[in-house]
Ligand binder design. Sequence first.
Ligand SMILES: NC(=O)c1ccc[n+]([C@@H]2O[C@H](COP(=O)([O-])OP(=O)(O)OC[C@H]3O[C@@H](n4cnc5c(N)ncnc54)[C@H](OP(=O)(O)O)[C@@H]3O)[C@@H](O)[C@H]2O)c1
Length: 300
Amino acid sequence: MNRRQLIKQATGVALSLNWNPLKARAVKVISKTIPGTSETLPVIGLGTNRYSIGDAEHQACLKQALRTFHEHGGTLIDTAPIYRSSETILGQLIKTLGIRDQLFVATKSDRAADDSGPERLANSFTQLQTEQLDLVQSHNLRGVDTMLPVLREQQIAGRIRYVGITTSRGNQFTEFLDVMNKYPLDFIQVNYSLVDREAAERILPLAVDKGIAVLANLPLGRGALFKKVGDRPLPDWAIEFDCTSWAQFFLKYVISHPAVNCAIPGMTQSRHVVDNLGAALGRLPDAAERRRQEQYLDGL
Ligand SMILES: NC(=O)c1ccc[n+]([C@@H]2O[C@H](COP(=O)([O-])OP(=O)(O)OC[C@H]3O[C@@H](n4cnc5c(N)ncnc54)[C@H](OP(=O)(O)O)[C@@H]3O)[C@@H](O)[C@H]2O)c1
């Protein structure tokens, strides 16, 4: 069975489970099509590596951030078993908000199949309180050779819709490229931002060639971009592609790369969610404007 047939079958099972990934939403955000399918994803997703159990105030803050994300048209949520209690918290919040059928839930696999990989995968379904995961990614290629076949089996069984791999480090790019060449993949996730552009040279061209969807992690450089611009005002020309904040300036750069389907900034604050989803509105920078953004940042 080829990749396209697998996706079709997995999606068919999804529909039979009454899951509708394309449910109409009131908010019109920019979306891109997952290669090889007719399914679209909004260009801003939610990174949740800081979604951990805390006091009541913290829980309320995370719930509001997730609710706001959903209300502003976001669908893709990226989590992982090693993000402490992120999967557990998300499972609870998604159930409380009653929004599972409108989300695209991505998590990760981080052990080999002959270690605890299968058990940890089963636990992800339990913690996220879902019968089906939209995407499971081999986290930093840990156990990739033995777990990708397991993930494919689960895809054929309809429990996983898409399969992928992640990295967030340039020193893993050579190995990452080898895996991209060795296995059929639906998604990759890679570090890419205005301060970290190596993926555009080394990884993204192969993703385009192979028709693999791309999630961009660390799109704000773990906050480094805000430090770099400091308290400078936005350049006047940023309004030409509808930026009203630095976060939108940084995120529009990432999502305007033709290979990138979705950037996944970490957001625990509702006000950051509103700001960042604003990057999925209006116009995206063209090639000349992207170059101007690079030159501006490099000149600081
Ligand atoms: N190897 C891997 O697979 C891998 C590795 C790293 C990360 N990831 C994924 O990528 C996601 C993003 O990574 P990250 O969160 O470390 O880095 P990031 O997205 O580059 O930066 C997140 C930081 O920026 C802040 N922020 C977000 N929006 C803002 C805004 N509009 N204005 C000001 N500050 C803003 C966040 O604050 P608040 O939290 O306070 O809102 C947080 O401190 C992770 O959550 C995870 O899902 C994957």
